[in-house]
Design a protein around this ligand. Sequence first.
Ligand SMILES: [Mg+2]
Length: 323
Amino acid sequence: MSNIVLDGIMGLCVADALGVPVEFTGREVLRKSPVTGMRSFGTYNQPAGTWSDDTSMTLCLTDSLSKGLDYNDIMKRFIMWFKEGKYTPHGEVFDVGNATRKALKRFLSGSTPLECGGLSDHDNGNGSLMRILPTVYYLRANYDTEITENEEAMEIIHNVSALTHAHKRSLIACGIYCSVAATLIGSMELSTAVSLGINKAVEFYRKYEEYSDELSHYKRLNNESFASVPVEEIKSSGYVVDTLEAAVWCLLNSNNYKECVLMAVNLGEDTDTVAAVAGGLAGLYYGYDSIPQEWLSVIVRRDFVEGICSKLNEVVSLKEETK
Ligand SMILES: [Mg+2]
């Protein structure tokens, strides 16, 4: 049985783990000493194969969606991670973004899930983009049309983002990313699939006046020549626009999973998240079998991670069969 959940989520998890030891390392340093495989220790002093918040929050969402869509349940699982260290490699939380922390605190103080995400310009870190991927599987199984042709499906993506990141710039990033991910699941040629995915999302947002200002931030990404932007102009910061651009750029400028995620890590700065966002897409396109065995074999709690993926895959496969 094909397992598209495993393709994407393990693609994300392995890439996250590759980036963890060098998070915040600058590009120049990595140019002299590039990451070529799983390293130990580094930024957070963790053993090789240790994944971070990107994977933890993705797993919370994957696990929750295998039981249906329930924003309250998703938030409760985020809290189990944040407060109790559930869904972590070693029982401890070592990497939490500011906007996410604020949103989870709002939930703990009694706000409803969809009121928790920050709405200011400064709440546009990549914290919802890095964990949005599982939403694509849920939407594929539950909607007959393409994501971008369905307002309700797009609203679900926006709501899942808004649990922690509710600003329109973050919502659009998640919408574009999910559209690209969904298009990559087909058997189209890579660059055709990516530009089609971006185009379809942009067309959706163009229909709404309320998105027009924010959409301008994605103008460069939605340009046919985006792949040939020189690397010096690709930023790999934690800002959501930078992260989405960097991830798509790496996918377009590489030929396989390994090349894509190493390119993403070696851009430096927010290495784990840029790689995770790129790795989710590369995993979907090239498949689980393309992820190097020597990387998969050191992933901490690999059975736990793969078990959560397989559970959602079973649910979505059954749904798709009975459609
Ligand atoms: Mg992280």
